[in-house]
Write a protein that binds this ligand. Structure first.
Ligand code: BGC
Length: 428
């Protein structure tokens, strides 16, 4: 018995979903009818998505690679601006395209997780004020109903909205900063209004999908993708510091779930985990800022995010009490060093394994991203992909991290060799 556990595979539950994730604007190319494209063309954003990485035409090749990695699920989004180029006008070509895309996943036995809103808006909808106006929600609902009826049969899991908090932060709180997103505003009132409208939009979407799918017998597992952060106090034992972290966790990680009625409109929890944030409070005041960790020797990605695998365990355990199934709908690292990505994957999955052992009902893990892609205001420089893409030839190359992920998916777990060489290090 003595050391036998060292040789065990960390097996994941039977039927666990090993997935990858993308979003339309980040991979398709030529999404010329959405608000991002327009802002890119007007020079309001530093980078242009342009022809993207050509996934719009190369999706079959990309899904073949996903299959080669033994994955059994894929998360992708559908581009509203292609489907409804003008208010109330539906593009049959676009629908046909997405039907083919989804069918080609099914053909490869890859489960479909479909996101309905992943940051971009059709220009006409943005011009009406987007989600700033309560009365605009009806347009989103109409689109949701249309999509559910048209492609519902292919979808296994629905994500209504991707990262409402991140969307509001970048689009409505960062106006004037380097990382601002369309519509480039800075207003607390508008932020709160959009937040509340997204809560309502989510609730409505939940019921629309359920009513369409329950009649047509398509799958109606509905949830959101919530960006969850691992928060750390600056002074470990400070009472007020801990209180601040408690507030931050409840607001940033749980707020949307609380407001949208938890189980009433969520069949599962979709969590996106990337990094840790240290909150720093000036002594004697309640003013809290994010601690600048540069120069502290901490582990960071190419875009400065603090890599902290243990934080994934903490947030998963924190979400256990909802008693809902959990999908990790995104997790990944921006790095041009693929060895780091391999260690990142093993270290994070090791935490997922322990959270499962700790009683959390985790059903799947979707690595961000299938392919190197357009990282919003940062352009194409950050490399998140398991597959590399040559931007001039659009040639795809499966990275070693992709091969490793493929082995993990095949084994349905982490074999000891992987942890021995990649997982036990605290430094990536
Ligand atoms: C988003 C993705 C993004 C990724 C890495 C998430 O915030 O859903 O669109 O590319 O994180 O930043």
């Amino acid at each position: 018995m003595s050391n036998s556990h060292h040789h065990h595979t960390h097996k994941f539950p039977k039927g666990f979903l090993w997935g990858t994730a993308t979003s339309s604007h980040q991979v398709e190319g030529n999404n010329h009818l959405n608000d991002w494209w327009r802002s890119e063309e007007e020079g309001k954003l530093r980078h242009k998505s342009g022809r993207g990485i050509g996934h719009f035409h190369k999706y079959k090749e990309d899904f073949d690679l996903a299959k080669k990695m033994n994955t059994n699920a894929h998360r992708l989004s559908i581009e509203w601006s292609r489907i409804e180029p003008k208010c109330g006008e539906w593009s049959e070509d676009a629908i046909e395209h997405y039907r083919k895309v989804l069918a080609s996943l099914k053909k490869r036995n890859i489960r479909v997780m479909l996101t309905l809103h992943h940051f971009t808006l059709p220009q006409w909808f943005a011009d009406k004020g987007g989600f700033e106006k309560r009365k605009n929600i009806k347009y989103f609902s109409r689109y949701v109903k249309f999509i559910t009826e048209e492609v519902g049969e292919y979808v296994d899991i629905w994500i209504t909205i991707n990262e409402p908090g991140v969307y509001i932060y970048q689009s409505y709180m960062r106006g004037g900063e380097d990382d601002q997103w369309p519509p480039f505003k800075k207003s607390t009132i508008t932020s709160l209004r959009v937040y509340w409208n997204l809560v309502i939009a989510h609730r409505k979407t939940y019921h629309i999908i359920h009513s369409v799918c329950d009649d047509n017998k398509c799958s109606s597992q509905v949830g959101i993708s919530q960006n969850v952060l691992s928060f750390a106090t600056y002074r470990k034992h400070g009472l007020i510091d801990n209180l601040v972290v408690w507030l931050a966790v409840n607001f940033a990680n749980h707020g949307f779930y609380y407001l949208s009625g938890k189980k009433k409109t969520h069949d599962f929890l979709g969590l996106n985990y990337y990094f840790r944030v240290s909150l720093k409070r000036t002594r004697g005041s309640l003013h809290v800022i994010q601690d600048d960790i540069s120069g502290q020797g901490r582990e960071t990605s190419d875009i400065g995010w603090e890599i902290y695998p243990r934080g994934l365990f903490d947030v998963l355990m924190d979400f256990r009490d909802y008693k809902l199934p959990i999908y990790i709908t995104e997790n990944g690292i921006a790095t041009s060093n693929d060895d780091r990505r391999q260690r990142f994957i093993v270290a994070h999955l090791n935490e997922v394994y322990h959270a499962i052992k700790g009683g959390t009902d985790i059903r799947g893990y979707f690595h961000w991203s299938l392919l190197d892609n357009f990282e919003w205001h940062l352009g194409y420089a950050p490399k998140f992909g398991l597959i590399g893409v040559n931007r001039s030839t659009l040639k795809r190359t499966l990275k070693f991290s992709g091969k490793l992920y493929g082995e993990i998916a095949k084994e349905n777990g982490l074999i000891h060799k992987m942890m021995r060489y990649l997982g036990h290090e605290t430094k990536l």
